[in-house]
Design a binder for this molecule. Structure first.
Ligand code: SF4
Ligand code: SF4
Length: 94
């Protein structure tokens, strides 16, 4: 997972240089507001600052900055924010 996250960071940076965004909205971490107690750990722990706190709870305020590293998922004590997809890299067949 660590290697995949590093690769995702590199890919995100490469795509941004080319003017494209890496994350699509449907693939962003999911937030269950019924479980969230607004402790703020996901906001403080996000390495790219993609998460902001609102009156409702955390939101992915800057989706283009999300690298899908799953740090927010790992830090959340309530299981309220989850990265439901696993990034898998496959060699392109010729
Ligand atoms: S870490 Fe979990 S419980 Fe805390 S604000 Fe984020 S989503 Fe909510
Ligand atoms: S997956 Fe990583 S980059 Fe995306 S919001 Fe969570 S901690 Fe931030």
């Amino acid at each position: 997972m660590r290697l995949l996250s590093w690769t995702a960071n590199r890919l995100s940076a490469m795509l941004k240089q080319k003017g494209g965004a890496f994350m699509q909205n449907w693939a962003l971490p999911e937030i269950n507001y019924a479980l969230c107690d607004r402790c703020g750990r996901c906001v403080e722990g996000c390495p790219t600052g993609a998460v902001d706190m609102t009156a409702q709870g955390p939101i992915i305020a800057r989706p283009d900055d999300c690298t899908y590293c799953a740090q927010c998922d790992a830090l959340c004590p309530q299981g309220a924010i989850t990265c439901t997809y696993e990034i898998v890299w496959e060699a392109k067949s010729e």
